[in-house]
Design a protein around this ligand. Structure first.
Ligand SMILES: Cc1cc2nc3c(=O)[nH]c(=O)nc-3n(C[C@H](O)[C@H](O)[C@H](O)COP(=O)(O)O)c2cc1C
Length: 366
């Protein structure tokens, strides 16, 4: 199948991309004390030089004492970390790439395996990371206001440093998703409620604050998932109507692109058609969407963490959906983590040179 559509340019507000391929955000934990190093800049600029259309950074945490459970995950606040990010975006742009940081607050977490803990307890809508697992405290309304402001100032810094867009991490069971989820949001104030729409209030206020800080023309991406690490089959929206009621207010608050996280992009979201999450999000909101999940690989990423290897696989089904107009952009995670040259190999039809993914690829930045 022809990959022509994958290599068409894409333009939306501040984004001017040479093709439709996005590097998915991937935590690497190579930023000691939260400061991205020259090796981190080299890792991203290598992908930019090899024609990745848009690079989304690894999750980078906002200015809250307990926004992270790992001291080697980069910060997106403070002079040294922002100077590190300045280097990253300079080198990516020197290699003619486009990039946005993924801004993140982890919410209630398990402690890091090293034993490191932040200077304050983890914080979330409640003390729960998932049903039956408590490890922190419920945020006060003042904590919530300060956190919304911290998302806003991270986004403002992204724009000031010259990034092309910003992605808000609202997926995978972290803080914003903990507010969406009834199992972790049992609040009785305005941030809780029986319906998903009521529990979306925190996300909506974050998006509005980010929009206020970056202005109308700067592209805002929101990453969402139905699944969470503690429940792969969970769905916030069980029908298209529920999905519309969830996504439309987020779109109205200022989202330009929905980044719809699935473990396998070819899985249908609802029974009535073969559309995936990104397909439904685009159909229901009219917004641009990014699909993701096992693109070009035989196995999915959570199994990869458990040690399962993945081999290169055909892009035909992806291309069929892209050509049909289901989504606008395609994010690629592990294939690009393991091989900076993945995009050029796809473009030049060098499929015999594609590499698979094994857990060893996580050990260093290549
Ligand atoms: C090492 C690793 C780290 C990840 N870290 C993040 C992250 O920081 N933020 C995020 O939204 N997703 C994260 N993910 C999920 C990826 O963005 C992506 O959705 C997932 O790997 C599926 O894409 P793939 O099958 O192409 O790898 C991570 C995945 C991997 C493999």
């Amino acid at each position: 199948m022809s990959t022509t559509k994958l290599f068409e340019p894409f333009q939306l507000k501040s984004l001017n991309l040479k093709n439709r391929i996005v590097m998915a955000p991937m935590t690497r934990s190579f930023s000691p004390n939260g400061v991205p190093t020259n090796a981190v800049a080299a890792y991203y600029s290598k992908r930019a030089a090899s024609d990745v259309g848009l690079i989304l950074s690894e999750g980078t945490v906002i200015d809250r004492v307990s926004s992270s459970n790992d001291p080697n995950i980069p910060h997106f606040y403070g002079e040294s970390a922002l100077a590190g990010w300045q280097q990253v975006i300079k080198s990516v742009q020197a290699a003619r790439g486009s990039m946005g940081p993924q801004i993140w607050h982890m919410g209630i977490m398990e402690n890091h395996h090293s034993g490191w803990v932040p200077a304050a307890p983890f914080e979330g809508p409640s003390d729960l990371a998932r049903p039956g697992f408590s490890n922190g405290r419920a945020m006060s309304e003042k904590d919530i206001e300060d956190t919304i402001r911290a998302f806003g100032s991270a986004a403002a810094d992204a724009k000031r440093l010259g990034f092309d867009c910003v992605e808000i991490h609202g997926a995978h069971g972290y803080l914003i998703d903990q507010f969406f989820w009834e199992a972790t949001n049992n609040r009785t104030d305005i941030y809780g409620g029986k319906t998903l729409s009521e529990r979306s209030r925190f996300a909506i206020e974050v998006i509005k604050e980010v929009r206020k800080q970056v202005g109308e023309h700067f592209t805002i991406i929101l990453r969402l998932s139905q699944w969470k690490g503690s429940d792969y089959s969970y769905k916030h929206a069980k029908t298209p109507a529920e999905m519309e009621a969830w996504l439309q207010p987020l779109a109205d608050a200022g989202v330009d692109i929905f980044h719809c996280s699935q473990r396998r992009f070819w899985e249908a979201e609802f029974e009535e058609s073969d559309l995936n999450f990104a397909g439904w999000a685009k159909k229901l909101t009219g917004k641009a969407t990014i699909t993701v999940g096992s693109v070009g690989l035989s196995g999915e990423f959570l199994a990869a963490f458990r040690g399962e290897s993945s081999n290169p696989s055909s892009l035909d089904e992806l291309i069929r959906r892209l050509d049909r107009g289901d989504f606008d952009l395609v994010a690629v995670g592990r294939a690009l983590l393991a091989d900076p040259l993945w995009v050029t190999k796809i473009r030049d039809n060098r499929s015999d040179e594609l590499k698979g993914f094994t857990r060893e690829a996580l050990v260093e930045l290549i």
